[in-house]
Design a protein around this ligand. Structure first.
Ligand code: ARG
Length: 525
């Protein structure tokens, strides 16, 4: 079900402004929860709905705001309507707010937020996400790890949005590197496992899967077809050196042309990428193709897309590159050399040590497994907190702190909420007294939950995980406060049941958000 609150507000405003409610929905935004608790839940910026986007003078804006305010009426859902500078503010009936959110989350489960009209109106289709893509004969470095977790996140997000997602790992198995494969064997960990199923066991550990593994070498023949096509269309220019180039219409950084064939007739990285793109489109007929690599390849992908466009492929508009920055200082205790396996081992070992020394650690059936999941959460959150494009310095101690904005904190909050549910039976979500959820700490949580769809929407728009990360961290902080101030034990049955419902709701949203990011929530730690 869609958010009934935005709808109720849109219906009201639509009557006054004589605009269809659908046009108003996106302009009604949930108020962010802050220290200075506000009683309003939603706001509408007046200039976004009157005068068709024309800018109003301050005087006119105030007049319009006042006029709107006077004409709007409260109803069973909207309890209070007030104004602020250039905006109208709405407060939802408190019991309706609590009942609706708790029930909606219970009903929608991991689809909570995705069913909102903000997202359900977006077109659905086929999407190919290419990520990870290590070079098989070289080491799997931190950049590939970053590509793997980012691509996994983007794939999860697109899937949750309802797209048909194909995850491709495009292995660099070409040329020199390929010849050196033997030398690379021991770098992938267990030789037996590599032989049996190259790389796969590492992705298992990460909890990432792929629908297709393809290699650059697969495209060496197809690259020759691309060269013929380029020639036939008059796009291939021979240089004095005997190489073949394509002149580019937009000169960005670097060159005004791209070399696509060596003087000995062999293809280059970009030629094989051209062949791979055309091949994938033939195979999957997708609306979007997303490539995830570090930012040093930005130029490469801009050139790739330019050539595809020159070749007349309209679908190039659906291609995009998601670049990310460098990670510095990711060292293990054993030294600087970093393979994926070392990083995972290091996260697990350090986490295990922290857990052993902590007094709050529970008896665990499989401490290794828990340490691995928590350690991975720490890695992912540290990586996803800022804009993907920025470089950052990796710091194990900071990433693994149990308080503060870390993946460990998210896991800890999840485990704590889970054990609360285990200890007390929360009853049914459609049968609790919403009047018992009126404490400011409870209201803050409900208000925060109202904003989840907007946060998902932002992440879907620009494919950045930071909005979801910061949202979940804030949710966990609010849950921490509520856990202290709104005890379940020792409260009357009604109050206890209502609080349990609230905590259950928080845990559900926290778990779904964590899973989107590629984290497996633990239930004990
Ligand atoms: N194997 C390449 C590298 O490690 C990355 C491949 C990226 N994908 C692509 N279609 N070019 O640098």
């Amino acid at each position: 079900m869609a958010c009934p609150f935005r709808r109720a507000i849109a219906a009201q405003v639509s009557r006054v402004l004589d605009l269809p409610p659908e046009k108003l929905i996106n302009s009604i935004t949930a108020v962010a929860v802050s220290k200075k608790r506000s009683s309003e839940d939603f706001q509408l910026f007046v200039d976004s709905v009157v005068e068709n986007g024309k800018r109003l003078s301050i005087h006119d804006l105030q007049a319009q705001t006042q006029r709107l305010l006077e004409q709007l009426k409260c109803d069973a859902v909207v309890n209070e309507i007030s104004s602020g500078p250039g905006k109208i503010k709405f407060k939802i009936n408190r019991e309706v707010l609590a009942k609706t959110i708790v029930q909606q989350v219970s009903k929608d489960g991991s689809e909570y937020g995705f069913k909102s009209e903000l997202l359900s109106s977006l077109p659905r289709g086929k999407i190919v996400v290419e990520f990870s893509s290590p070079n098989v004969a070289k080491r799997f470095h931190v950049g590939h790890l970053r590509s793997t977790i980012i691509g996994n996140f983007i794939s999860n997000l697109m899937k949750a949005l309802g797209h048909d997602v194909t995850r491709i790992n495009y292995l660099g198995d070409w040329g020199m590197q390929f010849g050196l494969l033997g030398a690379g064997f021991q770098q992938f960990g267990c030789e037996e496992k590599l032989k049996a199923n190259p790389l796969q066991h590492l992705f298992e550990r990460l909890g990432v899967h792929f629908d297709e593994f393809s290699g650059e070498s697969f495209y060496q023949d197809k690259a020759q077809d691309i060269l013929k096509l380029l020639e036939n269309r008059g796009l291939l220019r021979k240089t004095e050196k005997g190489t073949g180039v394509v002149d580019l219409p937009e000169k960005r950084v670097g060159s005004s042309y791209a070399t696509v064939v060596r003087s000995d007739g062999t293809s280059l990285y970009i030629t094989r990428d051209l062949a791979a793109a055309v091949d994938r489109m033939d195979k999957y007929c997708c609306e979007r193709m997303i490539y995830v690599t570090d930012k040093s390849q930005e130029n490469h992908f801009q050139q790739l897309f330019q050539i595809l466009r020159l070749m007349g492929y309209k679908w190039t508009d659906g291609c995009c590159h998601v670049p990310f920055g460098l990670v510095q200082g990711m060292k293990t205790r054993r030294g600087d050399v970093l393979f994926l396996e070392d990083v995972l081992d290091e996260a697990r070992t350090r986490m295990l040590q922290n857990m052993t020394s902590s007094e709050t650690t529970k008896e665990l059936e499989d401490p290794y497994d828990t340490a691995e999941k928590v350690g991975l959460a720490a890695l992912i959150i540290q990586d996803f907190k800022g804009p993907l494009l920025s470089d950052y310095r990796f710091d194990w101690d900071r990433a693994l702190q149990s308080r503060g904005d870390t993946g460990v904190f998210l896991q800890y909050t999840h485990a704590r909420l889970h054990s609360l549910e285990e200890m007390c039976n929360s009853g049914r979500s459609d049968d609790f007294n919403a009047a018992c959820l009126q404490d400011p700490q409870a209201i803050s949580i409900l208000q925060h939950l109202l904003r989840y769809d907007e946060v998902l929407c932002k992440s879907c728009e620009d494919l950045q995980p930071k909005y979801i990360v910061n949202y979940l961290l804030a949710l966990s902080h609010l849950a921490g406060v509520a856990h202290k101030t709104l005890p379940v034990k020792g409260s009357t049955i009604d109050v206890a049941q209502a609080r349990l419902q609230l905590f259950k709701t928080v845990r559900s949203v926290l778990a779904s958000g964590m899973k989107l990011l590629g984290i497996k929530p633990v239930i004990k730690m």
